[in-house]
Write a protein of this length. Structure first.
Length: 550
């Protein structure tokens, strides 16, 4: 679909959406119109009789009821707050070069400049309408707040009606300035169609319907309000079904028109930059699931996730021959240089990522503190291993007590050694141990602080959970691996480390040992401990020595 064709299609579909609204208004006014006709005819003596009087008052009563219902539906649609994406808002004073780049881009595209810029901790960029009065920028929210500002107070809006440009924060750190401009061109071009009155009106109507459906079906609605609004939800859903197809086609037309308009700006570079989008997404996903998630589960949140993306993708380019050319780009100016305080923006986006993907608190605290990459190995990796090793031995102790072997000679507790774990697992499948670990993890998760409720998030939508729950077998493999790593650190001079793509890593003589997991799986799946024992001998681990637990 070409640019002009897309624009025509978008306007046509916007009118179709507005016709749905007009028809709904006509249906609401129809009983009132009939009542007016009957009342006027009765006053003029054209219709008379008891039957006509009854009909006249019945229709008038029905018209009043319909008008009241229509007014209630309209009030809910107008007052309901459409959901917003959780973001970190950037004041122009904190990113003047970025605002200048976007403004120049809008001038080249001959479209209105976005009203503001915000960051999202995800690999995507879009325009978001925040013209609803409830969506005005809130003052007093710190730089680490869910939608707190980085820099000066508030946001200086150049146009009250223009949408906000939301940029994926990983893009700013991985992409070069030219690549970012090329990627943002079709997004910024979308402000042109957004300014068209019919499209803007149709979007407001659809967003209002979406918000009304959410309000009437939300769990936080009180009993009385649920009864009063019980009829609003079905009507809003009916109207939404009537215009959903038109709205989807309208957005396709808007996207086609924006893409066509943006072809005049850095088109060749955009093709190359699209490769970086896919690469950044892959690196971001690995960083969240392999590196950030273990820290989040311990009550720590890495404070420089976006900087970690650069390290992760640089490591990927070193390992993968297909990505060799990507590292050569790093000599060019990174897009994060467009920010006055990249570190503050990274920290705010990193905390928001922890909230979105894990459900952590909004502010740092004693049980929710930041950790930098330099201290990640000892403050996250080592603590994770020792906590899991301690849990493994607690479960073993409980199983031994059932067997009457919970203590050694003289009633002393059995020492936490790797040899004990190997003896228990050799020749058996470890199912009972896996079940015990899974049960203890479930108890600890249940006693941990609850995640934010939808009411606490307000008009924003969280994205957690990041990963599905782990099975007992997966947990057992993690715990046995942790026990081996603790023994290697305590008896063989190994050290905890961080692998940017795989997360916690065991370093022996400064080199990562990635051959441990296969030996652990052989032990758990086949009951064969010999491959792991040979590995331990090669590294110099002494399984009979007690390990330090938390």
């Amino acid at each position: 679909m070409g640019g002009e064709a897309g624009a025509r299609s978008a306007r046509s579909r916007a009118l179709a959406v507005l016709r749905v609204r007009s028809r709904a208004l006509a249906v609401a006014l129809l009983p009132a119109a009939v009542a007016v006709v009957l009342l006027v005819a009765g006053a003029q003596g054209r219709i008379d009789g008891r039957g006509w009087d009854t009909a006249r008052w019945a229709v008038t009563g029905a018209a009043v009821a319909v008008l009241l219902a229509a007014a209630a539906v309209a009030a809910v649609i107008v007052r309901a707050r459409p959901a917003l994406s959780p973001t970190v808002d950037l004041a122009e004073s904190s990113a003047p070069d970025l605002y200048r780049l976007v403004r120049d881009l809008a001038d080249r595209l001959d479209v209105p400049a976005p009203s503001a810029i915000a960051l999202t901790p995800d690999c995507d960029s879009w325009l978001e309408d925040r013209t609803h009065p409830a969506h005005s920028v809130r003052s007093g929210r710190g730089a680490l707040g869910m939608r707190g500002d980085v820099g000066a107070r508030g946001i200086r809006r150049r146009s009250d009606d223009a949408p906000v440009l939301v940029i994926g924060s990983p893009f700013l750190w991985w992409m070069r300035v030219g690549e970012l401009r090329a990627i943002l061109a079709p997004v910024v071009a979308g402000t042109g169609p957004s300014a068209h009155p019919d499209i803007a009106s149709a979007r407001r109507f659809v967003r209002g319907l979406d918000a009304a459906v959410a309000v009437t079906s939300g769990s936080g609605v009180g009993r009385v309000r649920r009864v009063l609004l019980g009829f609003v939800g079905p009507i809003a859903r009916l109207l939404l079904r009537g215009c959903r197809t038109h709205a989807a086609e309208m957005e396709r037309g808007v996207a086609a028109a924006a893409s066509e308009r943006a072809q005049t700006v850095d088109y060749g570079l955009r093709i190359v930059a699209q490769e970086q989008v896919g690469l950044a997404y892959a690196g971001w996903d690995r960083l969240l699931t392999r590196v950030a998630l273990p820290a989040w589960r311990m009550g720590r949140w890495p404070s420089r996730l976006d900087a970690g993306v650069v390290s992760a993708l640089t490591e990927l380019s070193r390992r993968d021959r297909l990505a060799e050319g990507f590292a050569s780009r790093l000599g060019e100016r990174p897009a994060c240089d467009l920010l006055e305080e990249p570190g503050a923006a990274d920290e705010a986006a990193s905390l928001l990522a922890a909230r979105l993907f894990h459900g952590g608190p909004a502010e740092p605290g004693p049980d929710w503190s930041p950790v930098d990459w330099q201290h990640y190995p000892e403050e996250v990796v080592d603590r994770k291993w020792r906590a899991e090793a301690a849990r493994l031995h607690r479960v073993l102790d409980g199983m031994d007590e059932l067997d009457g072997a919970g203590a050694g000679p003289g009633g002393e507790p059995v020492a936490p050694t790797l040899a004990r774990v190997l003896e228990h697992l050799a020749g058996q499948d470890g199912e009972a141990l896996a079940v015990g670990i899974e049960a203890e993890v479930a108890v600890e998760d249940a006693s941990s602080p609850p995640r934010p409720t939808m009411e606490e998030w307000g008009d924003c939508v969280p994205l957690f959970p990041l990963q599905p729950p782990r099975t007992g077998r997966e947990l057992l493999a993690d715990h046995v691996t942790a026990m081996v790593c603790c023994a290697a650190v305590d008896t063989a001079g190994a050290s905890p480390g961080l692998d940017w793509l795989d997360g916690p890593a065991l370093l022996v003589d400064g080199e990562r040992r990635g051959d441990l997991s296969s030996r652990v799986l052989t032990l758990l799946e086949e009951g064969d401990a010999e491959p792991l024992r040979r590995w331990l001998v090669g590294v110099g681990v002494r399984p009979e020595k007690p390990v330090r637990l938390v």
